[in-house]
Design a protein around this ligand. Structure first.
Ligand code: FUL
Length: 438
């Protein structure tokens, strides 16, 4: 069989906005709404607006915590599947405007937007396509208008948004007006990342456990739809869509009185398998019925961030010299290290599919897949002034060389001595539920 010799390979490259979002790497999710006051994960649109009544709401506390643990952005459920809106929308009275909170004059999206601006954090919004309250939902054309107005309000009144989060749950078989939705975003918030649906620029990693898998592919021809179905959305051509790993610090996305935060080991295990693999992490911290992040969660997440930062506090920079796809990393003097962080140059697209780290005596220290925006390796301490990294490009011919792809390149390699030489284990049998909650 003959192959076309000059077949031009289509290689999607990231936009500046995608690269910036990937470099941010870490965001905090806030699930808050009528569910919070009913101990529910999903509700059907019949919980009364009057039940939304946080006693001490302070979004500045949410943002302070997010900033202090190193988040670059936060995302709020402006509207979850139940249809209750956290801003005084003109499209329905099922919103904060009908609640006792601030005598119906409050606007959580506005308060959060102001707090984020003050703290220098990006703001993203979750606007559930599935709406179990809106009577118009039964009529796709009428609901398209309602949804367009809601999205327009959110994209107009709250300053710049970094991300719009479109959740697939409950939407199987429903047709939304994605061209219309996309046009609104392009007109009003063209820089916002679009999560997973419509004309996405970033994608769901495919589970709600916060876990990516090696190799982490930024170029894909489909996205997974939701946690509750195996449906996928296929594209006509492959797109550059880096993954975001969403996970809640607790079992639930919303706050429940009997739920509790994950252990620090578990959170560290998630960090290494998301950010450590080159995927973004979106960690959910649910505010409670006071409208505050609970003390236990704040303590846990603060301890987690402190341990993460301790491990990466003293970077030992390596000097890189490249010979084709082999990179030599030289340290100023012999160093004892147990962590290595690699950064791929992604400007020409994601090129590295496999790589290997070797010590000067030829021992293989690490054999792994993708590098991407940032890849962390953990190993038994080794003392050396040099490492060799062999990069294997994405597309190889029979000679083991990339036919048309540019030579893969690393931007930086940094070593660390953390005192930890293993990646924390995930708790046995842990998995977020894939059954639809009631
Ligand atoms: C899911 C939703 O059904 C959950 O309630 C939550 O919002 C999660 C982030 O996405 O698909």
């Amino acid at each position: 069989m003959s192959r076309q010799p000059h077949h031009h390979e289509h290689r999607p490259v990231p936009t500046e906005g995608q690269l910036r979002w990937q470099q941010d790497g870490f965001g905090v999710f806030f699930h808050f709404g009528v569910n919070t006051f009913a101990g529910k994960e999903w509700s059907d649109g019949t919980l009364p607006a009057s039940s939304f009544d946080p006693s001490d709401l302070d979004v500045r506390q949410w943002v302070r915590v997010a900033a202090s643990i190193g988040a670059g952005y936060v995302i709020l459920t402006a509207k979850h599947h139940d249809g209750f809106c956290l801003w005084p929308t003109t499209t329905t009275d099922y919103s904060v405007a009908s609640s006792p909170w601030r005598d119906g004059h409050g606007d959580i999206v506005a308060e959060l937007a102001a707090a984020c601006r003050e703290a220098g954090l990006g703001l993203g919004l979750y606007l559930s396509p599935w709406d179990r309250h809106a009577p118009e939902y039964a009529d796709e054309a009428r609901y398209a208008e309602v949804y367009a107005r809601q999205l327009t309000e959110l994209c107009t009144n709250y300053g710049e948004l970094v991300e719009l989060w479109f959740d697939g749950a409950g939407s199987e078989g429903y047709t939304y007006d994605w061209p219309g939705i996309t046009a609104i975003i392009e007109r009003l918030q063209p820089q916002a990342m679009v999560f997973n649906m419509g004309a996405p620029t970033i994608r769901w990693v495919g589970n709600e456990n916060g876990l990516a898998e090696d190799p982490v592919r930024y170029v894909v021809d489909h996205t997974d739809f939701s946690n509750y179905t195996v449906v996928t959305s296929r594209f006509e051509e492959a797109l550059y869509l880096p993954p975001e790993c969403d996970v809640s610090i607790r079992r639930g996305w919303f706050w429940h009185p009997d739920d509790e935060p994950k252990s620090m080991e578990h959170l560290l295990a998630i960090f290494y398998r998301s950010v450590g693999l080159g995927a973004n992490l979106l960690l959910n911290l649910p505010p409670d019925t006071r409208g505050l992040l609970p003390d236990a969660d704040v303590e846990r997440v603060t301890a987690w961030a402190a341990e993460r930062d301790r491990r990466f506090a003293r970077p030992i920079p390596g000097t890189l010299t490249a010979d084709g796809s082999t990179v030599t990393v030289t340290f100023a003097e012999p160093v004892t290290i147990d962590h290595l962080r690699l950064h791929e140059d992604l400007t020409a697209g994601q090129l590295i599919n496999r790589h290997e780290v070797r010590t000067p005596d030829g021992r293989t220290l690490v054999e792994a897949g993708s590098v991407g925006v940032s890849r962390v390796h953990v190993f038994e301490p080794v003392t050396t002034d040099r490492l060799t990294i062999g990069l294997v490009p994405d597309v190889v011919d029979e000679a083991g060389r990339s036919a048309e792809a540019p030579t893969p390149m690393l931007l930086a390699v940094t070593a660390f001595h953390t005192g930890s030489s293993t990646v924390p284990e995930l708790p046995v049998g842990y998995e977020a539920p894939t059954e639809a909650p009631d």
